[in-house]
Design a protein around this ligand. Structure first.
Ligand SMILES: C[S@@+](CC[C@H](N)C(=O)[O-])C[C@H]1O[C@@H](n2cnc3c(N)ncnc32)[C@H](O)[C@@H]1O
Length: 363
């Protein structure tokens, strides 16, 4: 699958579809009625049927977001609502994004209210990470609002420089909360970026330790591609602090099924041939219905190739991604990724074709 997406044609398709989407949104805002898109359809070489489908889809989506807003304001469960619309037992990536983005700010609020219960839980994470010995770089995949990351980095501060700490999340809004929260707690200089767990914009073996804290959790059904991607980026250890369906009691299992949570991460890792050196339930979990286990995977030395100093790569073409300040740029693929409020947005869907960027800006 990865190689099929690395062609220039794919980059072009990303560009064309983004354009059509933007055009629809503009037209919808202007007329609030069906659009004649036959010209765009001809240019893009797609049928009008698809266009009409897209039009209905966008109208439907804006309705969905209105409803999500209403549910959130009443304290309801957004992700459950979206799963019901999609009539699926699993959460789609888009539902996860919408659901978490709407909740931005809620984790820092809860953390500030009762930091002790979170510290009790994260102390266990710190002990597991420290037991792995010395390392130069670390990343939290699915960092949320940075509450777990802050406490871990604070406790590892004597052994690791902030410049070698990384964190990403699919939700820009949560990442912005994380950035402000970390800054207020004197954790600065780390690399935060928007990205997706199964398409991480980093090179192979680029980070010594990659860990997750309940971020794979809502991605039930995608255990395998997510583990493969995390393992690819890891250089030494992949450490998962995730809910454990297999070790939960019946009430916990029922809740996890209702939420579309992941299952059997240790089993999937073993089936992929990974070296699982630890798998156990932690002694304390903030929510007993969502018990956390630790899974430590040691990357086989034979899998490791040398990577250079710049860990970033284009999530679409897998070519080098250069930090140009206002954007991250892939010179080989001519793709630009925006940086908003200091946060690089490195999702596939956020790419913009910019053939002239290197000529006009880089010189
Ligand atoms: C339960 S929160 C945990 C946040 C953080 N790790 C912590 O310990 O506080 C799950 C986080 O994972 C992120 N997430 C879930 N699925 C993701 C995906 N497929 N790609 C990137 N981030 C994801 C969500 O946006 C959310 O911020």
């Amino acid at each position: 699958m990865a190689s099929a997406r690395t062609t220039p044609l794919h980059s072009l398709l990303v560009f064309i579809y983004r354009d059509i989407y933007t055009c629809f949104l503009k037209e919808l805002r202007r007329h609030r009625q069906p659009i004649d898109c036959s010209k765009i359809a001809r240019v893009a070489g797609i049928t009008v049927d698809i266009i009409i489908y897209l039009e209905v889809w966008i109208l439907f989506k804006s309705k969905v977001l209105d409803e999500v807003k209403r549910i959130y304001s009443q304290g309801g469960n957004i992700i459950k609502h979206l799963r019901e619309i999609e009539q699926s037992q699993h959460n789609s990536t888009e539902s996860i994004l919408i659901s978490y983005d709407f909740q931005a700010g809620s984790y820092v609020k809860a953390y500030k209210k009762n930091s002790k219960i979170y510290h009790r839980m994260i102390d266990q994470f710190v002990a597991e990470l420290k037991a792995l010995g010395g390392f130069r770089s670390i990343m939290e995949a699915g960092i949320g609002e940075g509450t777990t990351f802050r406490y871990i980095i604070h406790n590892l501060s004597t052994t690791i420089s902030h410049a070698n700490c990384y964190g990403f999340d699919i939700s820009w809004s949560r990442l912005k909360v994380a950035k402000d929260f970390l800054q207020a707690n004197s954790i600065v200089g780390q690399h935060l970026f928007v990205a997706e767990l199964s398409s991480i914009p980093l090179k192979d073996n680029s980070i010594d330790i990659v860990y997750t804290s309940h971020s794979i959790e809502p991605n039930g059904g995608k255990e395998r591609p997510i583990l493969e991607e995390l393992y690819r980026v890891t250089k030494n250890y992949l450490v998962l602090f995730e809910p454990d369906y297999e070790l939960a009691d019946d009430a916990g299992k029922k809740r996890m099924e209702e939420h579309g949570y992941v299952k059997d991460l240790a089993g999937v890792a073993k089936s992929l041939g990974y070296n699982v050196i630890k798998h156990k339930l932690l002694g304390y979990s903030v929510n007993p219905l969502n018990p956390t286990s630790v899974i430590v995977i040691n990357k086989q030395k034979s899998d490791i190739s040398v990577s250079d100093d710049n860990p970033f790569r284009c999530p679409i073409t897998k070519t080098d991604l250069i930090n140009c300040g206002e954007i991250f740029f892939s010179p080989q693929a001519y793709l630009m990724y925006p940086v908003i409020q200091g946060l690089p947005c490195l999702l596939d869907s956020q790419a913009i074709l910019g053939c002239r960027y290197d000529i006009h800006v880089l010189g």
